[in-house]
Structure formats: C-alpha cells, structure tokens
Design a protein around this ligand. Structure first.
Ligand SMILES: Nc1nc2c(c(=O)[nH]1)N[C@H]1C(S)=C(S)[C@@H](COP(=O)(O)OP(=O)(O)OC[C@H]3O[C@@H](n4cnc5c(N)ncnc54)[C@H](O)[C@@H]3O)O[C@H]1N2
Ligand code: MOO
Ligand SMILES: [Mg+2]
Length: 429
C-alpha cells in the first residue's frame, strides 16, 4: 500500500523551514569583488557629501551683493583674481567686485557666495588685468552645490542584507570602502537524481532526457545570492544516492536534491531521509505544482527534496530555499515580494490547492497585470524561461476570470519582503 501523505499549508511549510534559518558569517572583501554580494553591515555616511561647497557649473564665483545693481543697461565690471579647476583650491579671498574663474566641481573660494555661468558673462582682458561684464544680479547661494546637500555625515544610507548594486558600489567608493564587509555566501549542494538524466553535451537516446533542473537550481542559487556546489546527477540507486547526499550534507550548508521524492518505485528520497536520521519537516504541501516538495533537517542543516518536475522544482526553490539563502545573507526581507494586480486572461482551472502560475508582469495604462506564460503543467520546462513572476491562485476556488485581482510574486526583484505573502486558506486540507 502506497503511503498517504498529509499535506500542510504553504505558509506552514515556510514557517517550518524558517525555523532552521541561520545568519551566515561576515567576510571582508575587496570593493572589486563586491558585485552581486550582500552588505553585512549598514552603510552610514561618515562625511558630508559633497564634502565642501562647490560649483555645479563652469563659471565665475563672486559675491551676490556686488551684483545688485547689474542689468542689461548697467553691466558691471568685475575683476578676475584667480582661476581654478576641479581638485584645485584657490588661496585668494574673493573681495568687493572680484571673481574667481571656477570650473565645475571646484571648491567655492572664501568670500564668494554665488556662481555665474561662463555663457552669461563677457570676458575682457586688458593691461589692467582680466574683467568680466555682468548684466544681471545674483542671489546669495545661487548656483552653489552646498556641502552636505546630497547627504550629511551620520545619515544611514543602506541597510545590511541589501544586494550591492552599481549605486551602492558608488557609495562604497564615496565613503572610502576599499574593502567591504559582506555576508559570506552559503554553499548549497545540488544533486540531481534520475536514471533518465543525461548531460547537456550528451546526444538524446530513447527514454532519456537532459538534466535541466540541476542547472536551473544552480542558477536560482546564484540569483538568490548563494554559492552552489555541483555533485552532478545520479542514477536511481539507493546506496549511491545516500552516499552522495551524506557527503554533500557534510560539505555544504544546505543541500538540494531534485527528483525521486514522490511515491514511485525508484523515488528513494523518502527512504534516504529515514536512513540518514533526518527530521522530516514535511513531504506534502497543499500547492500546485510542487506538492511533493519535501524537507528534512539533520544537525541543524536543511535537506530540500525538490520535485523532479521542472516547474515544481523551480517553484519549490523560490518559496522555500530562497528565503533561507537571503536570511543567511543577513537580509531583513528574505521572502518574495508580492504585488496585487489584475489577471489579464481567464484561468478556468479549478484549484484544490494554492496554485503558483508561471507568468509575466504587464504594465498597461498605469496598472499592473499578470498573464500566465506557456503550458501550466508541472513537467513543463519552457514556460520558466519567460516567467518573471508567479500568479498565486488560492486553493478552494473554481477558476479565475480576466480582471480578477490576484497576488503576484516577483521573481527577479531584489528588494524582497519581510514576510511571506498572505496565503488565503479557502479550502480544507
Ligand atoms: N502515484 C503518484 N504519482 C505521482 C504523484 C503522486 O502523488 N502519486 N505526484 C506527482 C507529482 S505532483 C510530481 S511533482 C512528481 C514528482 O516526482 P519526483 O519528485 O519523484 O520526481 P521524478 O519521479 O524523479 O521525476 C518526475 C519528472 O521529472 C523529470 N525530471 C527529474 N529530474 C529531472 C531533472 N534533473 N531535469 C529535468 N527533468 C527531470 C523526470 O524525468 C520525470 O518526468 O510525481 C508525480 N507522480
Ligand atoms: O508536485 Mo506536482 O508538481 O504538484 O505536479
Ligand atoms: Mg518520482
């Protein structure tokens, strides 16, 4: 008699997994290597930016009070007493009816309180020196980028656990972080199971397919911010598989297998959980696809048994493994971000369980829509390539119509969410 498994809610499965979440260690790395990494300490401005009052234009720095009488009919002559480019500092004090020729980015000289652009003055050189003719008045502070106008010393800028993007990298350089403290990446072991599996370079032969899940999971690990360790694919051989899993559990922070978790004759994962003495957190979840997604814990480490069906495998990773990786990387927002939007087409399939539909986001007339992509079957692989979100359709519903409001989980988003999306429990388990 085949065992009957008791399903649990997705929300509960996430809670069970997060019961074993771990914050990873920190490491100090070169700024050159920080792309794609997560800040392990908050970034605080340790000085004002800009650090001095500076000119935003190529022009002349002068005193506004000297220009009060200037007009088209009454141009005033102002003596140019110095010239500075960015990086230079004038040692002259700008006095009455004096100006310093200044380039964009240069520090405003003492005495000056405004800048006029080069295009707005006429420059005249004579034996008596260089003068500019000013035909308009200026106000104090005009055309000055003030010290601290971007950010002031002590301002919190970026939280820990945030992905270092090009803008954050610019801040690291601005504040002198030639080395940066980031979260050490968890090493996730990846094991594909199945006697039908070939390598990408292998020719197809009858009955066999290429291992796509292994590569997909590795890519999902990278997207989540972790490191993968590839153990390759294994035939459905209990002893060999158990060996590989035990080795991976010893060498990695988390281990993922794909395939072999259901009730088939060659689905050996359930037996392996028993044999290695893992504490089985769940082996059935009220969701589609991915209902067979399993997870065990051994000595504080998680062993995820993702489905062999590509779409189920993909979704199992995003819902359960991703938050573990993001939490490890010190994120305060490890879960998928959820938006509410409008279903763009009918989806008539009834849902006994919560359904996660591979979909694409669409922005139309200022509103958010989502539309399923490809065939909605667990064994389908192609739709994954087009999906940038998952529409969540609650279980216990009889299908959905165009214009219904739905929850949408974002797949490529880096911001994340503090909490998992709110699962609607409309059906009975
Ligand atoms: N009698 C039942 N049969 C099945 C049930 C059930 O409840 N009772 N559940 C079905 C559901 S739902 C799913 S999902 C699958 C899960 O199967 P497994 O996780 O045991 O995976 P496999 O049997 O090894 O493979 C399933 C499918 O996926 C293909 N596969 C496997 N690994 C890969 C890979 N690395 N890359 C690409 N494709 C892979 C494999 O060839 C099979 O076609 O069980 C249902 N059956
Ligand atoms: O777990 Mo299966 O993917 O529900 O189809
Ligand atoms: Mg199976």
């Amino acid at each position: 008699m085949v065992e009957r498994r008791k399903p649990i809610w997705v929300k509960e499965a996430i809670e069970q997994v997060m019961g074993y979440k771990i914050r990873g260690e920190k490491e100090l790395i070169s700024i050159d290597d920080c792309d794609g990494r997560y800040l392990a300490e908050p970034l605080v401005a340790d000085h004002d930016v800009p650090p001095f009052d500076r000119s935003p234009y190529d022009g002349f720095a002068l005193r506004a009070e000297d220009t009060v009488q200037a007009s088209r009919d009454n141009p005033l002559n102002i003596r140019v007493i110095d010239e500075i480019g960015a990086g230079q500092v004038s040692n002259k004090n700008v006095g009455h009816m004096e100006a310093v020729r200044i380039m964009t980015g240069a520090q405003i000289p003492i005495g000056a309180d405004c800048v006029i652009m080069l295009e707005l003055v006429q420059e005249e050189k004579s034996d008596d020196g260089t003068f500019i003719k000013i035909k308009r008045s200026l106000t104090p502070g005009e055309n000055i980028s003030f010290r601290g106008e971007d950010t002031i010393k002590g301002s919190p800028l970026i939280n820990q656990g945030v992905l270092i993007n090009p803008g954050i990298k610019a801040l690291l350089a601005t504040f002198g972080y030639s080395k940066v403290t980031v979260g050490k990446r968890p090493v996730i072991g990846v094991i594909a199971t199945g006697s039908e599996l070939l390598q990408p370079e292998d020719e197809l032969v009858p009955g066999k397919i290429r291992n796509s899940n292994g590569f997909m999971i590795e890519s999902q690990i990278i997207r989540a911010g972790g490191l993968y360790k590839r153990y390759g694919s294994f035939a459905d051989d209990l002893e060999a598989l158990q060996n590989a899993i035990e080795t991976a559990m010893a060498e990695c922070d988390v281990v993922i297998t794909t395939g072999g978790v259901s009730v088939g004759d060659y689905d050996f994962l359930p037996e392996i959980y028993k044999r290695i003495g893992a504490n089985l957190l769940f082996n059935k979840i009220a969701m589609r696809p991915g209902s067979v997604t399993s997870c065990g814990e051994k000595d504080g480490k998680l062993l995820f048994g993702l489905s062999g069906n590509p779409s189920a495998c993909y979704i199992g990773f995003e819902l359960f493994v991703r938050p573990i990786i993001r939490y490890w990387l010190r994120s305060e927002r490890p879960f998928l971000r959820c938006l509410q939007g409008t279903l763009n087409i009918d989806f008539p399939k009834p849902n006994p369980f919560s359904r996660f539909v591979r979909s694409q986001l669409i922005y139309k007339d200022g509103k958010i829509y989502a539309e399923p992509v490809g065939l909605d079957k667990s064994g389908v692989v192609t739709s994954l390539a087009w999906a940038d979100c998952l529409i969540v359709l609650p279980g216990g519903t009889r299908g959905f119509q165009q214009a219904d409001q739905v929850d949408i989980l974002l797949l490529d988003d880096q911001q994340g969410s503090e909490k998992p999306w709110q699962e609607a429990k409309l059906s009975k388990l």
